[in-house]
Ligand binder design. Sequence first.
Ligand code: ZN
Length: 585
Amino acid sequence: MITNQYFDLRVEAEGISHSTARVLINVEGEGGIESLNFAGANEITTDNDNNPLGADKAWTYRRVSFSTPGIKTVSALVIDGRRVYGVATQISVQNFNLVGQKSIVLFIGDAMGTAYRDASRIVAQSTANRFREGWFDELQQMDKMPVTGMSMTYSLENIVPDSANTGSAWTTGNKTINGALNVFPDNNDFKYNSANQQATKQFALDNPRVETLWQFLKRRHGYKTGIVTTSDVADATPAAEGAHTITRSLLKDIARQYVDGSINSGNQFDVIMGGGLEHFNARTVANSGDTRNLVTELQAAGYTYVQNRNELNAITTPPAKILGLFRTGNMNVAYDKLLLNRPPDEPMPNFGGFTNQPYLDEMTAKAIDTLKQGNAPFILMVEGASIDKQSHPNYAAGQIWDNIELDKSVAVGRAFLNTNAQTLANTLVLCTADHDQSLSIIGAVDTQVPNAIQNVISTLLYPNANRGQGNVGIENRVGETQGFPDYQDANGDRYPENTNRIRIKVGYRTGDHTGSSVPVTAEGTGALLFYGYFDQTDIFFKMAKTLSMNTQPLDEALNYKRSVDVPYFTPAEQFRLKKATERFG
Ligand SMILES: [Zn+2]
């Protein structure tokens, strides 16, 4: 926790004998006994657990916070007639004291582990009108950020996490179980039944919550907040910034929480962009428990509503708030928006009638233009969602081009950061992933070889790599070639047309998430805090630290490092040096 961050404290007593059982809470900080601060209710519930024979009781204190930092030992005594039961836990509270007016843009490539970043770089930066072959890759935008760290992603109960608990890690600083958004599990969760969602969802929405950094900064410091994604806006990664539920599947309730709030009341974001239109304008009692139209409600609350790419790009004067819902479900991937032909092992696009969808970099630019107005600082999350969604079914083209789309959005964030000395001193840009997936880079493939295999999907026999060491593992490496791809980018939009002969060859082991650490790159004020190996929850504390300290000495140290470091060659320099080595070679 950070000081004054809200969370709910729940004490559960099972197997008790008396309905009159009561609880005594004791809080001890480093300075001695403290009182339990809670701004909400103390809810008392019975018959929570799955044991119908014994009595049970739970006390949930809503909106607890600590105003001072340090280790807090919280103990609970349950007095049950003549019996007394006790339990204690310790909570670490970091000091948060806003210094200056700094903004944060956090880019998330869903599932973007190292192999994903590499595949995207190889495809986007090896085009024939650039210089690459046999020499250095040109760095992507996300690679050019000067600080790199690694984030461990495991959840409260699994090595392999999902997007809900990982998002909760960087938004709240706490770990939770897979599928959960910013709440801890409790002992009535088993009563939620997805087959009977509306009648049982109260048990998924009543869990002990933790306030997200987005919510905290809006409530305490008047920050503007935003979520931009290529997924459904109620999907796990955007929901992690502003919703509370033990199951990410309650999409209609997540959308409702964006409007009504959950741990805090009122609108949670100034900018909401992505898919998921149906959660706002097609609500029924059966699917949502209400018949509200959240689009018209948000319009009445001052949001400018845009429904397609033309309407988004027609905005010249940024409005106070934007709601952009560009299709139902998840938005289409870059490869399909570009109208490229999918390779034979990937499906043809289905636009669902929404043929005029913006690109993520366009959405990012309008989001920043909107949030940066006035003097309030802002915090924005931008997600490239289909890196993950295309990786699950092993669609390499859909996935890699989506990674390029995210990188073009990172370019927008970096351009804003580098606008002037003031933005440079007051903005932190981060780019990371929530978790990894099972992509491997195998090599290159000659697509003119009959039945050439470009993409080894997880259900096929995995090939041995051919690195010029003889005929080992010849089973599946049809068309495999040594060397590098020869992509073309004729129109210079940085998305290769994917029509040339030699292409990247990749494989998937599982088509699911993996438990590997993921890279974090950082630029701007406080970036140096993101150097090293750390847990994903530390991203929350490092963001909070950036906002609550004088970052100038840190930033000067990074500038000094950059001034003395070896240079990364530009393509022109590489070309000159390559020519020189050829002359001697
Ligand atoms: Zn996934």
